[in-house]
Design a protein around this ligand. Structure first.
Ligand SMILES: [Zn+2]
Length: 220
């Protein structure tokens, strides 16, 4: 493990990133990691070499996957990130985007004892505020479908805003302000051929672009 003191120990950051790309069904190649972490391609290839040397990842034909040790590390960081997000929104009242940003620091410094205490105080939540499963919790995925697959007039309950959208600049602010939040129920009022979906949800009329509507998961 790298020396701490920094808020973003690189090994944790990369293992988390690889884990979340897989979770979103994205093929993990160096370019995707560079996009998600907003670092240069040479910086990514250097880190990939170090992660391989630490036996945290394997690279086969350009595709990157976590080893067993890499999964253990990733699950710990992702668990702490998602618990921290829950704590920051539910207990401290932070906005979604701020909680996501802050949790990116907390995930590296929370100890086992603090992690257990946060989990206890929150009553062992199974997801982050955006509906993404907390590793190690008893999360059971409900049958869900992308919002863009619904027909006009269909009712739905928001289930999950995948991590990829959490990283899309401005999107968490937009979704929170529009009430597109797990547990909220709405109805599709229009769908255009370009993938834009218009919904009515909790009294808001909202247009959701193709990129987000293909990724937001709902229960119909
Ligand atoms: Zn989240």
């Amino acid at each position: 493990m790298p020396a701490s003191g920094e808020h973003h120990p690189a090994f944790e950051e990369y293992c988390e990133c690889i884990y979340e790309l897989r979770e979103d069904d994205v093929d993990v190649i160096q370019a995707r990691i560079a996009d998600r972490l907003q670092v240069s391609r040479p910086a990514v290839s250097e880190m990939i070499r170090r992660l391989e040397a630490e036996q945290l990842i394997e690279v086969i034909g350009g595709k990157i996957s976590l080893t067993e040790g890499g999964i253990v590390l990733a699950e710990q960081v992702v668990r702490r990130h998602r618990l921290a997000e829950r704590f920051l929104t539910d207990m401290l009242g932070l906005a979604w985007a701020d909680a996501h940003h802050e949790a990116g620091k907390w995930e590296h410094i929370i100890s086992d004892a603090v992690e257990a205490a946060i989990d206890r105080v929150l009553g062992s939540p199974t997801t982050c505020p955006h509906g993404n499963p907390i590793p190690g919790s008893r999360y059971l995925a409900p049958a869900s479908t992308p919002l863009c697959d619904l027909l006009v007039g269909q009712r739905f309950t928001v289930n999950r805003i995948p991590e990829e959208l959490e990283f899309t600049p401005g999107l968490l602010d937009f979704l929170e302000a529009s009430s597109i939040q797990p547990g909220h129920t709405g109805v599709v009022t229009a769908a255009s051929p370009d993938g834009t979906i218009t919904v009515e949800i909790e009294g808001h009329h909202v247009g959701i672009g193709a990129f987000a509507s293909a990724r937001i998961l709902v229960m119909a």
